[in-house]
Ligand binder design. Sequence first.
Ligand SMILES: [Zn+2]
Ligand SMILES: [Zn+2]
Length: 208
Amino acid sequence: QYPTEPPDCLVDFPVQFAISWMPQNSLIDIYNQFLAALESLKEFWDAMDEIDGKTWVLEPENPTRSATARRIAIGNNVSVNIEVDPQHPNMLPECYFLGADHVVNPLRIKLNNNMHLWDPEISLLQNLKDLLEIDFPSRAVLEKSDFAKDCGICYAYRLAGATPDQVCDDPRCGQPFHQACLYEWLQGLPSSRQSFNVIFGECPYCNK
Ligand SMILES: [Zn+2]
Ligand SMILES: [Zn+2]
């Protein structure tokens, strides 16, 4: 249908690449639109590159240029998942904490109390540090500490695409588990009890 319809263009963008096209246009016009789109996404990629370079990103393992989410390790087996708006990378992203309640709750409170400190003039990573009043440790530092990211039951990190997102609530334990592994484990224990679709039971690590 060319030249009535533009050629299909595959791009690794976090947003749709919509081409404005007229039958008399050429590939150069597409290329120029592509350059303009690259320019408009520069701020987003700069923000994500800073996070990828200065923190330990657990998820995704090898972020593509279109990936808008990052799960960043904080320590104490806690991580934060952020979802960044590619069109507004300097706005407060959606934050979701994973980890034991006693570590995660103070972070949630800090985030809520410090939200007004968010400054669109400084980088996304620096804003996150300021709001949460933490420094994101590097991978080297966390790997030397007792940061455990593998599941305490199957000893793997990835299980059918899932990562360990359930954490023991005991402050001294905090061992992460895959939801599926933990569910299966707890179902096999006579001391476990189930309420609706939540199951409670002893941690395979510390028996709490
Ligand atoms: Zn597992
Ligand atoms: Zn435990």
